[in-house]
Design a binder for this molecule. Structure first.
Ligand code: CDP
Length: 202
């Protein structure tokens, strides 16, 4: 099948991951969670590396690291994500992935605006901060992390603020994206809405 790109952006813990996987499976496309790239650079920074050099040295194995999902790495990811040299180092890999045969779903913050402005379909998945923090809190608890809700909410808000106000590729909905607010949707409803919106564009 020819290449096509589905861009899915939105703030932390809005449900992009689950939605992106389901959309990719539905359309038979490959999926790239671009947040993992920034998380992997963040993890290397926490281990003492310079972020720009870490981004250039990134290997596929970096993405297998199970520690990438921790709250600490999430914050480090959003810190390295403000650096233009980090974003530049990750650009080519993402663009090549986006044009692979059979189609690609990329989820992140700047896919529809900067990485793939010509994507065939663009979604902006969002939800209010309380709802997102509740979801992330449940996820972290399930993985056995010791944390409290107030802390998770503060982390989500801090990351949203940093992601939205940075100069290079800030988090924002592309003008031609379909906005899906999942605050009052369960995951099945959110996935159905996403598939319907993509179908209408492809
Ligand atoms: O899963 P969650 O939504 O919490 O975060 P993520 O998608 O794994 O992204 C982690 C961090 O990486 C974000 O807070 C952003 O700062 C950064 N990021 C980015 O700048 N651009 C992307 N395309 C993806 C992630």
């Amino acid at each position: 099948m020819a290449a096509f790109t589905i861009a899915i952006d939105g703030p932390a813990a809005a449900g992009k991951g689950t939605i992106s996987k389901a959309v990719a499976a539905h359309f038979g496309a490959a999926h790239l969670d671009t947040g993992l790239l920034y998380r992997a650079v963040g993890a290397r920074m926490l281990a003492g590396e310079t972020p720009g050099a870490a981004a250039q040295a990134l290997q596929a194995e970096d993405l297998e690291n199970s520690a990438l999902r921790s709250a600490e790495v999430a914050q480090a990811a959003s810190e390295v994500a403000v650096l233009p040299e980090v974003r530049a180092a990750l650009l080519t890999f993402q663009r090549e992935f986006a044009r692979r045969d059979g189609g690609a779903v990329l989820d992140g913050r700047d896919i529809g605006t900067v990485i793939c402005p010509n994507a065939e379909a663009k979604l902006f998945v969002t939800a209010n901060a309380e709802v997102r923090a509740r979801r992330r809190f449940a996820e972290l608890q399930e993985r056995g992390a010791s944390t409290d809700f107030a802390r998770v909410l503060a982390d989500v808000k801090a990351r949203d603020h940093r992601d939205s106000t940075r100069a290079d590729a800030p988090l924002k909905a592309a003008a031609d994206s379909v906005v899906i607010d999942t605050s009052d949707m369960d995951i099945d409803a959110a996935v159905a809405a996403a598939i319907e919106a993509v179908q209408a564009r492809l």
